[in-house]
Design a protein around this ligand. Structure first.
Ligand SMILES: *Cc1c(COP(=O)(O)O)cnc(C)c1O
Length: 362
């Protein structure tokens, strides 16, 4: 089999080694006479997967002891609702940084729950440049400040996080860049990420939440939506997405064996440079969408002067083994998603294809 050059935005590429390992263990997991999917989530074998995955997240991401690591369902989209349900009290406001499609969805959901305010917005830059973190306006009665660390559709990424929030907890949607670079977790109150971009398959959402925020979970919302329920039960309150957690476990081990998160960042920088260079050295044939100071290491968005040529680009790329280069349906253009598991080799092939396409059509 020839692996596709997979630039899908999500669900996205997984490391080949991880898929092969899962294949080896698919029918029978560790001599149990059954697959991991067929066993009780209360069994010793599954508990081991659950505990080890939490421990690996802590180790790789440098998560301090006063944080919980939860494996939940409902995607990042459910967190858009759970965050205000758990943290937004009457008399307080949820402060949001409006940076594109995902931040906007998070904001819209919070409005069902309580008062909100926009702490900063890049709408005037058409969401193609992240606002300066020093310019956020966060009211004193903010229950939290919500940021989207990487806007998957626009291809813009924060290069830094605010440090002057005082007691206001920083909440971040890291669905599309978790574990792609080292982060100082102690600056955050809560971090969440759907797994299907940078962590594994769909079906599980990782939530990293500081203990004092868990303690605040109100008692007048259903148990299933409360962080304290899941924290107390070590993510085993109800049946977890066990196969997805198992796959995340394998991905975490893969990251570890490849040098950890700092090594991931270096690999990501090297491989995305190939593609950004192909854009910057094209004499305007390719147009990068994101402002250079906000360029994402995870989603590279670009255009070609004519939409006709963009269509041609997608068509020919597919004929050459590339997948997923069409931009999001809301914004058009082209996008290459270059998550941790996308190999350097795929990015090199794409940069070469871009240069060749330009030679033939420039
Ligand atoms: C994909 C994505 C989401 C939505 O994730 P679901 O798991 O589909 O709910 C939210 N935020 C960001 C930044 C994303 O990239």
């Amino acid at each position: 089999m020839k692996r596709a050059y997979n630039f899908n935005a999500g669900p996205a590429a997984l490391p080949l080694e991880v898929l092969q390992q899962a294949q080896e263990q698919f029918v029978e997991y560790q001599g149990a006479g059954m697959s991991i999917m067929e066993m009780s989530h209360r069994s010793a074998l599954y508990e081991q997967v659950n505990n080890e995955s939490q421990a690996l997240m802590r180790e790789l991401f440098g998560i301090p002891d006063n944080y919980h690591v939860l494996f939940l369902q409902g995607g990042a989209s459910q967190q858009f609702a759970m965050i205000p349900m758990n943290l937004l009290r009457p008399g307080r406001v949820g402060a949001y940084v409006k940076t594109g499609a995902w931040a906007d969805k998070a904001l819209k959901e919070s409005k069902f729950v309580g008062e909100t305010v926009i702490a900063a917005s890049s709408e005037n830059d058409k969401y193609m440049r992240m606002p300066n973190v020093n310019d956020f306006i966060v009211p004193d009665n903010a229950a939290y400040l919500h940021m989207t660390s990487n806007e998957t559709i626009g291809g813009v990424q924060f290069q830094e996080f605010p440090t002057n929030l005082g007691n206001v907890p920083l909440v971040a949607d890291m669905s599309s860049d978790i574990l792609s670079r080292p982060i100082d977790i102690s600056k955050f109150g809560l971090i969440y990420a759907g797994a299907q971009k940078n962590l594994g398959p769909s079906g599980v959402t990782v939530v990293i939440v500081r203990d004092d925020l868990v303690q605040e979970s109100p008692k007048d919302i259903p148990a299933i939506f409360r962080y304290d329920t899941h924290a107390k039960n070590s993510s085993l309150y109800n049946t977890p997405p066990s196969f997805s957690v198992y796959m995340v476990n394998l991905v975490l081990k893969w990251i570890k064996s490849n040098g950890g998160v700092a090594a991931m960042e270096q690999i990501n920088r090297d491989k995305t440079k190939l593609i950004y260079d192909a854009i910057d050295q094209s004499n305007g044939f390719y147009i990068g969408c994101a402002h250079p100071d906000s360029r994402s290491l995870m989603n590279i968005t670009f255009r070609i002067q004519s939409e006709e040529l963009e269509k041609q680009f997608v068509k020919e790329s597919e004929q050459n083994g590339f997948v997923g280069l069409k931009g999001h349906r809301d914004v058009g253009g082209l996008r290459a998603s270059t998550y941790n598991a996308v190999p350097h080799e795929s990015c090199k092939a794409l940069a070469e294809f871009m240069a060749d396409f330009q030679r033939r059509n420039g």
